[in-house]
Design a protein around this ligand. Structure first.
Ligand code: C2E
Ligand code: MG
Ligand code: MG
Ligand code: MG
Length: 284
């Protein structure tokens, strides 16, 4: 018998795990079809200035409108896309859609609107990563200064010299670089002054530590202080309530993103949020 390491130590492959692998095969087949049939959707979540309440950026988050299973989330299919290398086609489609949507808004009264896109480590490791990203931006006629790529600390762990060269080229081209889920990876802080980074995104788990009357916020305090010292922009992720917002504002956190401002939504639903909404927190 082949053994697999489960949560409780070793266990044997069971029949349910065989069914899982059958499911996996059919999901893989469906995903290939999805890319051919244009079933991916891009949702957008506002990134809001913590001072003015204005939407300054939109993060593109992929969804899959599965013909039978309904709307699927990245957690349901991204790991498989990465394993099967379908991720490169998937990412191209996401970027093309996002550049098209946000490009229209940029040209229609929001010249500084930023598009934030997530990149998978598999993509970044690809030898032609830099060239293909630049080519795609040129093909969609999307201004590189309006793009921010989000990478995680795992990407950086791999080969600092190589990643540094790649990011430098992108930064020289005008693209901004953000570290997503900051503080949850296994990398050292050493990379922060060796890479051309513009933004730290404070992971939502730390933002959730902010509760009135508790001192769970110390990591957020430390990250924001460090970002100020390094002159990096800060986006706090997963802001769900006005207690968190007020606290982040008091720390001098530049931007906030989370359900408090809006859940990720299709393009036509987020257009409204681009008109300068009054600051909700000061009203309450
Ligand atoms: P992420 O980039 O850290 O994105 C934030 C996730 O937190 C999103 O989940 C978002 O819907 C969710 N979120 C936003 N605000 C709140 C909040 O206030 N509370 C809570 N509890 N959650 C909030 P989503 O859309 O399921 O995406 C999960 C992850 O999948 C993303 O994490 C990102 O790493 C990855 N991902 C999403 N789209 C893409 C893509 O197009 N390409 C790649 N490579 N990865 C993607
Ligand atoms: Mg992200
Ligand atoms: Mg994140
Ligand atoms: Mg994440």
């Amino acid at each position: 018998h082949v053994k697999a390491r489960g949560k409780d130590g070793y266990r044997f492959y069971s029949r349910s795990m065989c069914i899982d692998s059958a499911n996996r095969l059919s999901l893989e087949r469906d995903l290939r079809l999805a890319l051919e049939r244009d079933e991916l959707r891009v949702f957008y979540q506002p990134q809001v200035c913590a001072v003015s309440g204005r939407t300054v950026g939109l993060e593109a988050l992929v969804r899959w409108q599965h013909p039978e299973q309904g709307l699927l989330y990245p957690g349901d299919f991204l790991p498989l896309a990465e394993e099967t290398r379908l991720i490169s086609t998937l990412s191209e489609q996401v970027l093309a859609k996002a550049c098209r949507d946000v490009g229209v808004w940029i040209r229609n009264g929001h010249p500084d609107l930023r598009l934030a896109v997530n990149l998978s480590p598999v993509q970044v490791e690809h030898p032609r990563f830099v060239e293909s990203l630049m080519e795609q931006l040129e093909a969609c006629d999307f201004p590189p200064q309006n793009l921010e790529i989000e990478i995680t600390e795992n990407v950086i762990m791999n080969d600092l010299d190589q990643i540094s060269q790649k990011l430098r080229k992108l930064a020289d081209f005008g693209i901004r670089i953000a570290i997503d889920d900051f503080g949850t990876g296994y990398s050292s802080l050493n990379y922060l002054h060796r890479l051309p980074i513009h933004t730290l995104k404070v992971d939502q788990s730390f933002v959730q530590g902010i509760r009135s009357g508790e001192d769970g916020a110390c990591i957020v305090n430390a990250i924001v202080a460090m970002a100020h010292g390094l002159k990096l922009d800060i986006v706090a992720e997963g802001v769900e309530n006005d207690v968190q917002l007020a606290y982040l504002r008091s720390l001098g956190c530049h931007q906030v993103q989370g359900f408090f401002y809006g859940r990720p939504a299709p393009a036509d639903a987020v257009v409204g949020s681009l008109q300068n909404a009054p600051f909700r927190a000061t009203a309450s």
